[in-house]
Design a binder for this molecule. Structure first.
Ligand code: FMN
Length: 185
């Protein structure tokens, strides 16, 4: 079950640096790609930075629609994440090819991928120079969601031995999000 995350807490969904899946949709076409280079930029309104390479189909749909969903896949979706990052939606619908289940988002056309730990429905805050020179997009989250089994009282609560978010290291090698450690205050 999905739970709404208040927008001032949206940064917490990606603050620990997980690899994401970026979904896009425009004009009856939809797509998903893996993106590790995604990070929070601000609290309110919640902003995120994402590198979306110029040659991707995702970039084409992002430029056309001005919206996307950033999702955080889990340890159960490592192979899916790797595959989404190694083929292009220009060659066919990845959702069909890879059997990816989706639900509609609330404010954007891009779909929510079932089984992820978090979802951020975003719009592009245009920064043409950053986009052209560095493939860098500034996104504002308009709605934020988390898997209610993994998120309670404003923070991640990954169960021991259960699903958790993932971090790409290199060439298909991932780390799972680790132990919760709290600093003395
Ligand atoms: C784990 C992983 C992380 C990736 N991170 C990024 C990223 O941050 N930015 C990017 O532009 N491409 C990234 N890629 C590559 C894209 O996912 C890849 O080019 C993809 O095939 C683009 O698909 P599309 O053409 O359907 O949009 C990553 C790939 C993998 C496997």
């Amino acid at each position: 079950m999905r739970t709404a995350v208040p927008l001032p807490h949206a940064y917490r969904l990606l603050n620990h640096g997980p690899t994401t899946l970026v979904t896009t949709a425009h004009g009856g076409r939809r797509n998903v790609m893996a993106a590790a280079w995604v990070m929070p930029l601000d609290f309110t309104p919640p902003k995120f930075a994402a590198v979306i390479a110029a040659d991707t189909f995702t970039r084409e749909l992002l430029d056309a629609s001005g919206t996307c969903v950033l999702a955080a896949p889990t340890t159960a979706q490592i192979d899916l994440t790797w595959r989404c990052g190694n083929c292009s939606g220009r060659d066919g619908d990845k959702f069909e090819q890879l059997g990816i289940g989706t639900e509609p988002a609330t404010l954007v056309d891009a779909p929510l991928i079932q089984g992820c730990a978090a979802w951020l429905e975003c719009r592009v805050l245009p920064e043409p120079d950053l986009q052209d020179r560095h493939d860098l997009f500034v996104l504002e989250a308009l709605a934020a969601w988390a898997d209610a089994d993994l998120w309670q009282q404003g923070e991640w609560t990954f169960p021991v031995g259960g699903r958790r978010t993932i971090h790409h290291s290199k060439g298909g090698v991932f780390f799972a999000t680790g132990e919760r450690l709290a600093a003395a205050r």
